[in-house]
Design a protein around this ligand. Structure first.
Ligand code: ADP
Ligand code: ZN
Ligand code: ZN
Length: 854
């Protein structure tokens, strides 16, 4: 027997055939983690499938099995295969997505000598090949005792001792055992304290609790605090509240006023969250009565869980739940998960980022106590590995996390939910490039599960998929479920249906009246009022593409490419304008081509600048900046948010992150500093993203009975994106944008492939791009694919990144990826490869269905 194995070392990403040693036959199947020789190294790999005939005459042999349970499920293997074909990525890279980061470090083989009396083993060694290494290895194991492979490595630099070890195992001199340690749920202890006497008795004991004034007041404070807390509380909380220490609490325990306990807890990242939540809001037991809209939507979903579909022709397992924030989508996800668990299956709940969706996470925790696993970018490797192991054993029923959570090895996936499905974080913009939303839909199909996408602003493509349940020639087959209204709850009662009013401020008028500042008079007035009332404001800035486009401050016109209508990009110091779609270049104009004004210039604004302006206008306002620079640190999202929520700042200035689903009740003003920045990017998806972010950020205001308003500053008040966002009118936006996409042949009416080349030398990047473009043109011609068009080559909009020059080529057509399949970018065709084969893309980054062309 042979096995096709995906080697999982990052530097060698490929599939290779290996022979199975007789002792492992019957123990190894698809999904198993093994060690294999690779060149001079020993590396880990995942068995992709067993085969009878290897594809090459000479094969090496698998060394060992690392874990008796498969690392990947059959469904995951099928998914990896689909993903590789769909995204043109190497299969090994797709499999790599499904293994937890810590796994390679955890898995190892344990070697031990077989006790046969002193030193007899060496005499019997037959082969000169193994002789010296064997002697050293046995010496080592006899003096040190049993060792792990990685420990032995340190004693054998550049010597392939594993082959020898294998030989010794076969001849019965050594035993080997693969070890993947069980989830390291090292017990962790917390100390808790609780009042042991009636409050009156505690009060009576107060005066003589200590000799010095200091200890007395500490112990009194601690006891008083515990008098107010009926349940066991973590001692660190008591320390924080009273300033006491453990000795003080021990003294109180000695006097039998309190009890100290030690409680064993599992290492569980949820513990931190659920602690805070206990006693809060009572989500756990409260069964809401669904509204009629929720009920109708849920019924369709529940129907899809029935094993026998009424009409198998209609794929009725895919849903799009389209509803504004607060319309009750999360409640539906929870009911669907309950149904999924009732069928004995597990649910995956995808969210853009755990730190930014604490409310959703808490509600799931409350509804499914002890059954939820969190996948979190900030988990330690050990925590992640534990969750992975527990999920694999079927111990977790609900997994919540960002896009990578999709690849948790659950035995029987019955439901996949993607909340805020429009969010770009669902797209992995590094190799292997993939879209977790599209992948989730396919995974649901493979598993026979249900997939629900939820958003207030689904992407055009997602909404289009749901425009007919039968599907269209451009895909589809997704059922649309709509929740058009916010749920009326006490929290929202004052502004029911309550989207905050939006004032559109025409910045051209501001200029005419002599205001050249960042803020309009209206925004300054609104800020002043908010600060006076002791409320909070958010100032939003669209980060992408700030410093770079050129427009007329008189009439709002952005300078566009005469060839392809893409906004041109300003480049200093030469003062040229370049089209990043087709490469057209011109000098910076002196006058506006439309109105003749000389007020034409590039626009640039960063959050530091905005912060400085606020400081200049309102010296006593406390500002907090939330952008890329301030959030690089681990936990910084939480820190910034908790500072702002605790009202330690009055004005929060930030970029895209602000738009996500946060509930900030004191925020009564959202100022959008310049709404049109995102509209003038050379990217067919720019309008969609701008609409999303403007809609979402506007929704941050007025989340409480205090009400709220939005001030939206723009130079293009008549633009359909601005109009639709201000009116929170998704339907209007969708109709306009879909029409525009149809006219220009962009998705969903065609598919795109984006190919990018990066190089330190601008000329090399350009010539490489020209070379590939010529080849692509030839392929299009020779394969008679006139429906596929070539756009570019051109420098990317963000033309330099980390010192590298970027060039790109776009292919557009009904199935542009098929043009590349099995091709080598050097020109030689490769046979039979499901994707571009290893090395075939020659340094090109190839993205199928990209979400941005910048
Ligand atoms: P979304 O996920 O669409 O933002 P949620 O599910 O969070 O909406 O619902 C918004 C609020 O309304 C939450 O506080 C939730 O507890 C509450 N809610 C949801 N459904 C109902 C219902 N049927 N009756 C009363 N309150 C509800
Ligand atoms: Zn152009
Ligand atoms: Zn003009």
């Amino acid at each position: 027997m042979y096995a096709q194995i995906a080697v999982t070392v990052p530097s060698v990403s490929g599939m290779f055939d290996y022979a199975l040693p007789p002792e492992l036959e019957g123990k190894i199947s698809a999904g198993h983690l093994v060690t294999v020789p690779f060149g001079k190294q020993t590396v880990q790999g995942v068995v992709f499938r067993l085969i009878v005939e290897p594809s090459v005459p000479e094969t090496k042999t698998v060394i060992d099995l690392l874990d008796s349970l498969p690392a990947l499920t059959a469904a995951q293997i099928a998914l990896a295969q689909w993903l590789a074909g769909e995204t043109l990525s190497p299969l090994a890279a797709c499999i790599g997505l499904m293994l937890p980061a810590g796994l390679s470090q955890q898995a190892d083989v344990f070697y031990q000598t077989v006790d046969r009396g002193p030193r007899t083993v060496k005499n019997g060694l037959p082969s000169a090949v193994h002789g010296q290494t064997a002697a050293r290895l046995l010496d080592l194991l006899e003096t040190r005792g049993p060792l792990r492979g990685r420990q032995i490595d340190r004693h054998f630099k550049n010597v392939d001792w594993r082959k020898t070890a294998q030989y010794l195992v076969r001849t019965g001199v050594l035993t080997s055992q693969s070890i993947l340690p069980p989830p390291s749920v090292r017990p962790k202890f917390v100390r808790t304290a609780q009042l042991a006497v009636p409050p009156e008795q505690a009060e009576a004991a107060m005066p003589e609790l200590g000799k010095t004034a200091d200890t007395l007041s500490r112990r009194q404070a601690a006891l008083r605090f515990l008098t107010r807390e009926p349940a066991d509380v973590n001692v660190s909380w008591v320390y924080a509240e009273s300033g006491c220490n453990l000795a003080d609490l021990q003294e109180l325990a000695e006097r039998e006023l309190i009890v100290l306990r030690e409680t064993e807890i599992w290492r569980d990242p949820l513990e931190k969250i659920s602690d805070k939540e206990s006693g809060n809001k009572g989500w756990g037991n409260q069964e809401l009565v669904l509204t009629s809209e929720q009920d109708a939507a849920l019924n369709q979903i529940l129907h899809a869980f029935q094993p026998l579909l009424p009409n198998p022709e209609l794929p009725n397992y895919l849903f799009l739940l389209h509803g504004v924030t607060g319309s009750g989508k999360t409640e539906i996800y929870i009911r669907a998960a309950q149904e999924c668990i009732r069928h004995g299956k597990e649910a995956i709940i995808l969210v853009p980022e755990i730190a930014l969706t604490p409310q959703t996470v808490r509600r799931f925790l409350a509804r499914f106590p002890g059954q939820v696993g969190l996948v979190h970018s900030r988990l330690s490797e050990g925590e992640r590995y534990d969750t992975w192991r527990r999920a694999r054993l079927g111990q977790l029923k609900v997994i919540i996390g960002p896009r990578s959570a999709l690849f948790t090895p659950l035995p029987n996936v019955g439901l996949i939910v993607a909340d805020e499905c429009h969010d770009t974080s669902y797209y992995q913009s590094e190799p292997p490039f993939y879209n977790a939303i599209r992948t989730a839909q396919e995974y649901a199909r493979i598993c026979g599960g249900v997939c629900i996408l939820g958003s207030a602003t689904p992407t055009i493509q997602q909404r289009y998929q749901a425009s007919s349940p039968q599907g269209t020639e451009y895909g589809g087959g997704v059922r649309l479920l709509e929740l058009p209204k916010r749920i009326q709850t006490s929290e929202f009662s004052e502004n029911f249906g309550g989207l905050p009013p939006v004032s559109i401020i025409d910045m051209r008028e501001e200029l005419k009246s002599g205001n050249r500042g960042v803020f309009s008079q209206a925004l300054v007035d609104a800020l002043e009022e908010v600060l006076k009332k002791g409320q909070q404001a958010i100032l939003f800035l669209n980060r992408r593409g700030t410093a770079t486009y050129v427009f007329c401050r008189e009439c709002g016109t952005a300078v566009r490419c005469p060839r392809c209508d893409t906004p041109l990009t300003y480049h200093s110091p030469a003062e040229t304008l370049t089209c990043h779609r087709c490469g057209y270049t011109r000098q910076m104009p002196k006058k506006c081509p439309v109105c003749g004004s000389d007020q034409i210039r590039q626009y640039g604004l960063g959050s530091e600048k905005v912060e400085a302006e606020v400081g200049a206008l309102f010296p006593s306002a406390r500002t907090l900046r939330w952008d890329w620079d301030t959030t690089r640190r681990k936990d910084s999202h939480e820190i910034i948010l908790s500072h702002f929520t605790a009202h330690r700042a009055d004005v929060l200035i930030g970029t895209q992150m602000l738009a996500k689903g946060l509930d900030l009740p004191l925020v009564t003003l959202v100022g959008i500093v310049l709404a049109d920045v995102g509209l003038n990017l050379p990217d067919p998806f720019a309008a969609e993203r701008t609409f999303d972010v403007l809609t979402q950020v506007s929704g941050r205001a007025g989340r409480s009975s205090l009400g709220g308003r939005v001030v939206l500053q723009t130079f293009q008040p008549e633009h359909y994106v601005i109009q639709a966002a201000a009116g929170q009118d998704y339907a209007a936006f969708y109709a306009r944008e879909l029409d525009y996409r149809r006219q220009l042949g962009y998705p969903p009416f065609n598919r795109l492939v984006r190919m990018e080349y990066r190089h330190v030398q601008a000329t090399k990047a350009e010539s490489e791009a020209q070379g590939l473009a010529a080849k692509l043109a030839k392929w299009i011609e020779s394969e008679d694919r006139r429906e596929t068009t070539l756009i570019g080559p051109a420098p990317c909009f963000f033309s330099r990144l980390n010192g590298l020059y970027r060039w790109q080529i776009i292919l557009r057509g009904p199935n542009p990826a098929s043009l590349l399949r099995g091709k080598n970018f050097e020109g030689a065709a490769l046979s039979g490869a499901p994707s571009l084969s290893r090395g075939a893309s020659k340094g090109w980054r190839v993205e199928v269905d990209p979400v941005s062309l910048l």
